[in-house]
Design a protein around this ligand. Structure first.
Ligand SMILES: N[C@@H](CCC(=O)N[C@@H](CS)C(=O)NCC(=O)O)C(=O)O
Length: 205
């Protein structure tokens, strides 16, 4: 039986859970990650030396890095990634961009405005974090304004799962934000999927 290690308050864990539900795969989940269960213990570090969630365990096979897990599940099931080579490459481009370009700028703003982490209270740094995050959101807005379906083509892919949860973060951050209509429409489209609603709908963190 597939097992996911990770707390559901993590969007990286929710990416994996969303993909598993889209693929109708049965799995168990164990809560790991602070504040529920510290992953920086030998038992967990033996599975993921980064001490981070999610981790996918499939008998002897262990995989970490949420987007690698998404690719693995999609390839294993032959779904959620386009067959056509160019479209597939574009889906992977947006998936990698989500982790390397879109996510890093939000760290300070998230700690200040949602997590209320002590020491994250400098208004200039919050503004800088929001501005850098907003600049990346503009790139996604321009891409989505060119199409009224999914980010890399007409079919839903794992890139949409990763981007959807990043957009959810943006929607949840309690500060004034610019209008991004194409992103707003795309977010609603993703929420029409039962698994999208389950993992980033109302009431999810
Ligand atoms: N690049 C990693 C990042 C994983 C990550 O940052 N996980 C966070 C939760 S979102 C974590 O494990 N934090 C420590 C904790 O929860 O104790 C991935 O995409 O899987």
């Amino acid at each position: 039986m597939l097992k996911v290690l990770g707390r559901v308050t993590s969007i990286n864990v929710r990416k994996v859970l969303w993909a598993l539900d889209e693929l109708a795969l049965v799995y168990d989940r164990e809560d790991w990650g602070l504040p529920l269960r510290d992953p920086k213990v030998p038992e967990f570090l033996a599975l993921n030396p980064n001490g981070q969630v999610p981790v996918l365990v499939d008998d002897e096979f262990v995989l970490w890095e949420s987007n690698a897990i998404l690719i693995h599940l999609a390839e294993q099931e032959g779904r959620l990634l386009p067959d056509q080579l160019g479209e597939r490459a574009l889906a992977l481009q947006w998936l990698i961009w989500q982790a390397t370009e879109l996510n890093p700028p939000w760290g300070y703003a998230l700690n200040a405005l949602i997590r209320k982490t002590p020491g994250y209270d400098d208004p200039a740094r919050i503004a800088n974090s929001m501005a850098r995050w907003g600049a990346k959101m503009d790139i996604l807005e321009a891409q989505l304004a060119r199409r009224d379906s999914f980010v890399a083509g007409d079919s839903f892919s794992i890139a949409d799962i990763a981007l959807g949860l990043s957009i959810h973060r943006w929607m949840m951050i309690p500060t004034e934000k610019k209008a991004l209509p194409a992103i707003g429409a795309y977010y609603q489209r993703l929420l029409e999927r039962p698994a999208g609603l389950a993992w980033m709908g109302p009431g999810t963190p």
